[in-house]
Design a protein around this ligand. Structure first.
Ligand SMILES: C[S@@+](CC[C@H](N)C(=O)[O-])C[C@H]1O[C@@H](n2cnc3c(N)ncnc32)[C@H](O)[C@@H]1O
Length: 156
């Protein structure tokens, strides 16, 4: 399967979030390519707009864009694994976009082919990056029948 790209606002500094991200991203074959966008300045709307221009400019052509946003659909892990496989079969670079403290601008949501929620709670963007890496690794485990994913728990 071709690799994923993560285009995210902010710099992941050495620390616990980076360790968590590396733990899962390092198990992905191939590991994701990460592009980091500088945090915008100004009012919340300006920040979103500036970050949106940089995020959209960083997209390769013809990207399949998955925007991480609270307003998106929240599939379970098995469904996410199936979707990831389907997106990967399109022959387009699959790019996950993660916003900064002010969230993603409407223009990014409009450009997205899919808007993905990690649940109804708001997570810090660096944690969202690590959680995305974990779910991509889980999707890989589901696809490969690896025991990392215990499909029947907690019900069996
Ligand atoms: C601190 S959050 C932004 C919060 C902002 N007030 C909003 O409502 O979008 C930073 C980024 O992390 C990601 N994020 C945080 N929680 C998320 C969730 N539950 N689902 C999907 N993405 C999330 C999104 O990309 C978001 O733009």
């Amino acid at each position: 399967m071709a690799g994923f790209r993560i285009i995210a606002v902010g710099r992941l500094r050495k620390g616990e979030e980076a360790g968590l991200y590396e733990r899962f991203a390092g198990r992905l074959v191939p590991p994701p390519i990460v592009t980091e966008i500088a945090e915008g300045r100004g009012s919340a709307a300006e920040v979103r707009r500036r970050e949106a221009s940089a995020l959209l400019a960083a997209l390769p052509d013809p990207a399949f864009v998955v925007a991480l946003d609270l307003g998106g659909a929240a599939p379970d892990s098995e469904r996410f694994a199936r979707e990831v496989e389907q997106w990967s079969s399109l022959g387009r670079p699959v790019c996950f976009l993660i916003g900064g403290a002010e969230g993603l601008d409407a223009s990014v949501i409009q450009r997205a082919d899919r808007v993905l929620s990690l649940g109804a709670m708001t997570w810090p963007h660096m944690l969202a990056r690590a959680m995305l890496a974990e779910q991509l690794y889980r999707a890989q485990a589901i696809r490969n029948g690896h025991p990392y994913h215990k499909a029947d728990r907690p019900y069996s």
